[in-house]
Ligand binder design. Structure first.
Ligand code: ARG
Length: 588
């Protein structure tokens, strides 16, 4: 709900209290944005439910409310429509005042939340010791965006990467390092993850074909878990190399800094988890393993499904570590909301560990644990994106591909226009547009669905793409250059809304806070993309000589007023894109 809706809500509640008695001063007027401008901007739907409750016709209720309602400072006279909806149309003078009020506010009038929460966003949480591949794209991009939005809302956001830094794959890798490259144990400078990833593949190959090596790898896991120093050192080297290589890509992608608190962090806490679950009588021994029998989950034979917390050999698994993490996040981090942007294939895993967390009393009613699932990145064939040889595509290659395409396109354009630009400029534009295109293509999809990765689509200059949005921003900066105007010096020039396209644009600018509060709830960044796309389109209509208005060659005071609208559009684009993790370019 935005500030306007909140004001309207208060006024409605006063009116309902006056019309039906004090006990109705708390009733929700059920104010929603109308999708059709014909019905105004907002619609109050309360008359229908209230009518039922009071045994009166909804229209009579609506009339009674209107009798007491004074919204004349915000709206045109309200109208009753259909069975009893109350339609509200914002006054132009109100819109003008709102725009003037946000003009020099970096938050564009969006007040921080009154109830800031301690939030943990668990991302990007990759399994390290593999080279980054396409599967690492979505958690990074979506987790980063959600964190940015909640931070903007005013929450205290802790970004924690629950890296997969423990377990069997490391045994294999450690064994391979120890046997083939013992020098790696004395220096960590000579290897980069490129090497490490081919090590990984070779180690895996050996693991799969060489029984003796398999045993050595198994021993390495045992030694690792037993805390053997040399093995721990090898493991640490692998982790550091991996993290460092990952960080290079996260930097290129503009992923904000996060804390790395991997699975290994919880090792020492696992016995406590088992103990506590046992004390709570949740733990059942099943074929030697310690399990919690889940409610609502059954196996093929319809029997209750166990969640294994400790295996019969004493080892722990992914679920156990996540239980320890839940407990730690509640008890030590004091989190009130914990968000896991993780692939949809882990839906059951999260439902199960959250259930155990609740039954253990760690997750209480005032704490929200949510899995924010996402779909897959697909190739043009509709299958999981793969290289020709069937491997997962390297994330670096995916980004480099986009950057190279933008660069080629830009160089061609420069040549055609006989435009001279520095190498630095070309590099910067190619990188920003290329990376943004990949991120935006991901964020603009409803995260729960899978999408087809297509350079052509994501780099298109028309449509809901990063290049389109970045051009819209740069184009507005172009207006300031062309007119030799410093947007920052427009001061508090009065905004005047006369033309239909100005009003439409103004209303849209003022709707950003509604979009942000919706995302705060449902964690769907595509809402913001859609909003920004519509903003650019509405701006283009406003700025179109035929359909819209003149700007630079308009008479004063309209000229300045329209320049303020241009500036506000640019600022809204910039803020919105920054919440998506996308930086703007003044020129491109
Ligand atoms: N490392 C896991 C994977 O790549 C994702 C971890 C998600 N976070 C968590 N707390 N389970 O599948």
């Amino acid at each position: 709900m935005n500030a306007t809706q909140e004001q309207l809500k208060v006024k409605f509640q006063q009116a309902m209290g006056a019309a039906f008695g004090a006990e109705y001063a708390e009733t929700d007027p059920i104010l929603v944005s109308t999708n059709n401008p014909k019905f105004g901007d907002y619609q109050a739907n309360v008359s229908l439910s209230l009518g039922k409750k009071l045994g009166q016709q909804p229209r009579a209720i609506a009339l009674a409310i209107l009798e007491k309602l004074d919204v004349s400072d915000i709206c045109e006279p309200p109208e009753i429509a259909g069975p009893g909806f109350i339609n509200l149309k914002l006054k132009t003078t109100y819109l003008e005042a709102q725009l003037n009020a946000i003009q020099s506010d970096p938050r564009l009038g969006i007040a921080p939340t009154k109830n800031p929460k301690r939030v943990i966003v668990d991302y990007p949480s990759p399994n390290i010791a593999k080279e980054m591949h396409v599967g690492h794209l979505r958690p990074a991009v979506i987790g980063d965006c959600i964190s940015r939005i909640l931070e903007f809302v005013g929450d205290d956001v802790l970004r924690i990467s629950h890296v997969g830094d423990w377990g069997t794959p490391f045994g294999m890798l450690i064994a391979y390092l120890q046997t083939e490259y013992p020098e790696a144990l004395t220096t960590d400078e000579t290897l980069d993850l490129g090497d490490l990833s081919s090590f990984y593949r070779q180690a895996k190959k050996r693991f799969d074909t060489d029984e003796e090596f398999k045993e050595v790898a198994r021993q390495a896991v045992v030694q690792l878990q037993a805390g053997d120093e040399r093995t721990l050192l090898a493991w640490k080297i692998v982790c550091q190399l991996s993290s460092r290589a990952y960080q290079v890509i996260y930097n290129l992608m503009g992923i904000a800094p996060f804390i790395e608190r991997g699975e290994s962090f919880y090792n020492a806490l696992l016995p406590e988890v088992v103990e506590e679950l046992d004390k709570l009588r949740l733990l059942v021994e099943n074929q030697g393993a310690k399990c919690v029998f889940l409610e609502g989950f059954t196996n093929r034979d319809g029997e209750p499904l166990p969640l294994i917390v400790q295996k019969s050999d004493g080892g722990y698994n992914y679920a156990a570590t996540d239980l320890a993490a839940i407990r730690y996040r509640v008890k030590v981090d004091k989190a009130q909301r914990v968000i896991y942007p993780v692939g949809a294939e882990q839906t059951n895993h999260f439902a199960q560990i959250f259930q155990v967390g609740r039954r253990a009393g760690w997750i209480t009613d005032n704490i929200e644990f949510v899995h924010a699932p996402f779909g897959l990145v697909l190739g043009e064939d509709g299958q999981k994106l793969k290289t020709r040889s069937g491997d997962a595509v390297r994330l670096q290659d995916l980004l480099d591909g986009a950057i190279a395409k933008v660069r080629a396109d830009l160089e061609k354009r420069l040549q055609e226009d006989k435009r001279e630009e520095t190498e630095d400029f070309i590099n910067k534009v190619a990188e920003v547009v290329g990376v943004s295109a990949v991120k935006y293509a991901d964020l603009s999809q409803n995260r729960t669905s899978s999408y087809i990765f297509s350079y052509d689509k994501m780099l298109a200059l028309q449509g809901n793409t990063a290049p389109y949005m970045l051009y819209a921003y740069a184009r507005i900066q172009g207006i300031s250059r062309k007119g030799d105007i410093n947007f920052e010096q427009l001061g508090n020039a009065k905004v005047l809304l006369q033309h239909e396209t100005e009003i439409t644009l103004a209303k849209h600018i003022l709707q950003l806070d509604e979009v942000i509060s919706a995302i705060e709830q449902d964690l769907l960044p595509n809402r913001l993309c859609e909003y920004l796309f519509q903003l650019s389109q509405k701006f283009n209509v406003f700025y179109d000589r035929d359909r819209g208005v003149r700007v630079l060659d308009a008479e004063e005071p309209l000229r300045t007023s329209r320049l303020v609208l241009c500036d506000l559009t640019a600022k809204t684009l910039k803020l919105g894109l920054s919440l998506l993790g996308i930086e703007v370019l003044e020129r491109m």
